[in-house]
Design a protein around this ligand. Structure first.
Ligand code: PA5
Length: 433
């Protein structure tokens, strides 16, 4: 019960010779597991499915127990300190359902309008804050935290506010670490060896998931299954490596520049955002890497679909199919049939959605867009955990195939320096001259 990979609609465009890459894949597998490759200090995520911090999880669960009546938990963070938990929550959340503790995100952009309305919204709510930043110095979450800290202290008083602020950060460094230590906030750790975008299975993801009432045990079981499935150095038995090699070859031999992750379920939209960050930040350096994009079908078939069918032939799609829906509806029969839909009456929406998937795939493939098909059984915490680990290990393999460090993001600094210079931060005076 993991994931299926179907490469039928790639093989028409590309000959994938596993034998030719067998040695290389084995070498990279060893490099990942023995932690000898580029960025090897950041491979702590590799065994998180089994070796997550169990003591911390217990502490998070008892913190949740103490705060079970919270109406809102504000989770402050950006990039890897935000997208994993947002993706996980959306993956399993029932649409249009009010959760006991609502999770609201902040600090993932700099919009004053957003924060103003959040502050207003929180005025009559029973709320707490979880601020997440590994470096502890990222501007967006730091600004949001400064504002919300003032608000929560004004509302509850400094002593009670202290019980309502939970900090997830580095073990011993950074401005947020210092603040948390000085103020006596409850602290959770992002291990040194785990970079932001690989941190979903640390307190970064676990705390918001527990507060939202997610089945964290089953998420970890899904990740463990993905770990076991990806533990073979033989590409023939390792779907994550098959996926990694296929996208690498589509780029190198088929001249594809763009990979689009396609879903047919709106619950997967934020999973795509997480996936884009994972691959975009890990691979897009040294003028290498696929540009990663996403689309939600059938919605985007009425927008980007035109480009995919007939625009520049530089892209391929990775379609994430969900086999079973938790809930579904059938199309009713109508005696007048004025909308001419009786031909699909009594059919379920998932039946129609699947035909849309099939029809689109046939059209795009005949329009010279290779399609990788990934299928999971359903949208639950188990499969979220599975996919997270599947893509993390596939991403490490992909980046190492390109001979780049998957775990740094030097390019992210460029905008920051300019922004600091424009804001007049000390030490950045000469940046724009
Ligand atoms: O993946 C990464 O490392 C980044 O996207 C970071 O998560 C992001 O920049 C936020 O960093 P921090 O947690 O230090 O505030």
């Amino acid at each position: 019960m993991g994931l299926e990979l179907d490469l039928t609609n790639v093989e028409k465009f590309l000959k994938i010779d596993y034998k030719k890459y067998d040695k290389k894949i084995k070498e990279i597998h060893q490099m990942i597991h023995n932690k000898t490759g580029l960025g090897n200090d950041y491979l702590g995520w590799i065994d998180l499915p089994y070796h997550y911090d169990k003591e911390e999880l217990k502490r998070i669960e008892s913190l949740k127990e103490k705060n079970k009546d919270l109406e809102v938990l504000v989770v402050i963070g950006i990039g890897g300190s935000y997208l994993g938990s947002k993706a996980g929550l959306e993956f399993v959340k029932k649409p249009f359902t009010k959760e006991k503790t609502e999770i609201i995100f902040a600090g993932h952009q700099l919009s004053g309008e957003y924060l103003y309305h959040l502050v207003e919204y929180l005025k009559d709510k029973n709320y707490a804050i979880n601020v997440i930043s590994k470096s502890g110095t990222t501007t967006e979450p730091a600004v949001a935290f400064r504002i919300l800290k003032k608000e929560i202290e004004e509302k509850y008083g400094k002593a009670e506010a202290k019980n309502r602020i939970f900090v997830t950060t580095d073990k011993k460094r950074g401005a947020l670490f210092t603040q948390a230590t000085n103020e006596g906030y409850e602290k959770f750790i992002i291990p040194d060896s785990v970079g932001g975008r690989y941190s979903v299975l640390t307190a970064v993801g676990l705390l918001p998931f527990v507060f939202a009432g997610l089945d964290v045990k089953s998420m970890l079981e899904g990740a463990q299954k993905a770990f076991d499935d990806a533990n073979s150095d033989d590409i023939k038995n390792n779907l994550a490596y098959q996926y990694a090699l296929t996208r690498y070859l589509l780029n190198q031999e088929n001249n594809k520049k763009i990979e689009m992750l396609i879903n047919y379920e709106p619950k997967l939209n934020f999973f795509s955002e997480w996936w884009k960050q994972l691959f975009g930040e890990s691979e897009g350096k040294e003028n290498k890497g696929l540009f990663v994009a996403s689309a939600s079908f059938t919605t985007d078939l009425h927008s980007l679909g035109q480009y995919i069918q007939e625009g520049q032939r530089t892209l391929f799609e990775t379609v994430l199919k969900v086999k079973n829906n938790d809930k579904d509806l059938s199309i009713p029969k109508d005696k007048d049939d004025l909308d001419e839909l009786n031909y699909i009456s009594n059919k379920s929406l998932s039946y129609v959605n699947n035909k849309a998937l099939l029809g689109t795939m046939i059209a795009h493939v005949s329009g010279n867009v290779p399609n990788i098909l990934l299928t999971i059984d359903k949208l639950d915490t188990y499969h979220f955990g599975y996919l997270v680990y599947f893509f993390e290990i596939a991403c490490a393999m992909s980046a190492y195939l390109l001979e780049i460090n998957p775990f740094n993001q030097p390019g992210v600094e460029a905008y920051k320096k300019n922004m600091f210079a424009l804001l007049g931060k000390k030490g950045y005076e000469n940046i724009l001259k």
